[in-house]
Design a protein around this ligand. Structure first.
Ligand code: SAH
Length: 303
């Protein structure tokens, strides 16, 4: 999974109608603006520290960064922008959306400063392991292609994801800041095979065309929350994306944009529906935040 995704992302722009999948920030500017407003609110309530930096994990086309930074800049934030991105192809596109950004291969390379961090559909792309009866399931070469070496009731874990969450949590805990992690997944650890492949906006068999389709898994947010909490950082309750966006005023923002641009009213209403409806992305996608002691809990998580 790690090798396939490294090749996959390094060699293409997978996003949008002509690609393999579409993400929330690519659906509407409102998504990034709300992320930016949530970070800006936290930053100003923390006393607007001048050394804070905007950090994004796996920024795709840089659309979320550009929209979030517009909101952050208008709230007075003038800090640097640091993007954690391994794909050379996507870095090139990000450089156009986010001029002046700094790039890193890994979170360990980020400067030791307070972080205003976001990762959307990043954790799902990190490699997982699958187990059947406590034994790790492996991929083997079989007649006619690749095959799994065992079948049965599957459980999953992701040491890579746990490690990454622990690293950003330790950073935020010691240097200050807040992190928003947004992804599809479940609130409690459970049995089940969630590995999936997407190509051309359709699900595909996971072992088909290695490195040519997007491989992801559902994020186990119970494990993510534990990995963060273990470092001593504060962790919010998990909320659905629909709930979070509604609490942060997506309706009002869409109405304001529609008044200013009446010709876009239909497109805005449809984007809000896709982002918030439980039948679309509103329920499956979840948001969790971590924040340092001395930094306020971001808005949208208190019941
Ligand atoms: N956040 C964007 C893109 C999501 S796709 C959006 O919402 O539109 C996943 C992103 O994570 C891509 O930018 C991909 O290149 C990047 N990525 C995947 N694995 C990574 C890794 N191990 N380290 C850094 N970036 C990674």
């Amino acid at each position: 999974m790690e090798a396939c995704n490294a090749y996959y992302y390094a060699t293409r722009d997978p996003l949008g109608r002509d690609g393999d999948f579409t993400t929330a920030p690519e659906l509407s500017q409102i998504f990034g603006e709300i992320v930016g407003a949530a970070l800006a609110d936290c930053w100003s309530r923390a006393g607007s520290p001048g050394d804070a930096i905007y950090v994004e994990l796996g920024p795709g086309r840089g659309t979320l960064a550009a929209d979030a930074l517009r909101a952050l800049r208008s709230a007075g934030f003038s800090g640097e922008v640091h993007l954690v991105e391994t794909s050379p192809a996507l870095r090139e596109i990000q450089a156009r959306s986010v001029p002046g950004a700094h790039w890193h291969e890994q979170v360990q390379e980020l400067p030791e400063r307070p972080l205003l961090l976001v990762g959307n559909e990043f954790l799902d792309a990190l490699p997982i392991r699958q187990f059947v009866d406590g034994i790790e399931r492996r991929v083997m070469v079989a007649a006619g292609g690749l095959a799994f070496d065992r079948d049965g009731e599957i459980s999953e874990d992701s040491p890579a994801r746990d490690e990454l969450v622990a690293r950003i949590s330790r950073r935020i805990g010691t240097r200050g800041g807040v992190g928003l992690l947004i992804d599809y997944g479940h609130e409690r650890t459970a049995f089940g095979d969630t590995l999936q492949a997407v190509r051309g906006h359709r699900y595909a068999p996971v072992l088909d065309m290695p490195g040519e389709q997007d491989l992801t898994s559902h994020v186990d947010f119970e494990t993510v929350a534990n990995a963060a909490a273990k470092t001593g950082v504060s962790v919010t309750p998990l909320v659905t994306q629909g709930e979070w966006l509604n609490r942060l005023g997506i309706g009002a923002r869409a109405a304001a944009l529609a008044t200013a641009h009446p010709n876009r009213a239909e497109e805005l209403a449809s984007a809000v529906h896709r982002l918030t409806s439980p039948k679309e992305m509103g329920q499956l996608f979840k948001v969790i935040a971590i924040h340092a002691a001395g930094w306020p809990q971001p808005a949208g998580f208190a019941p």
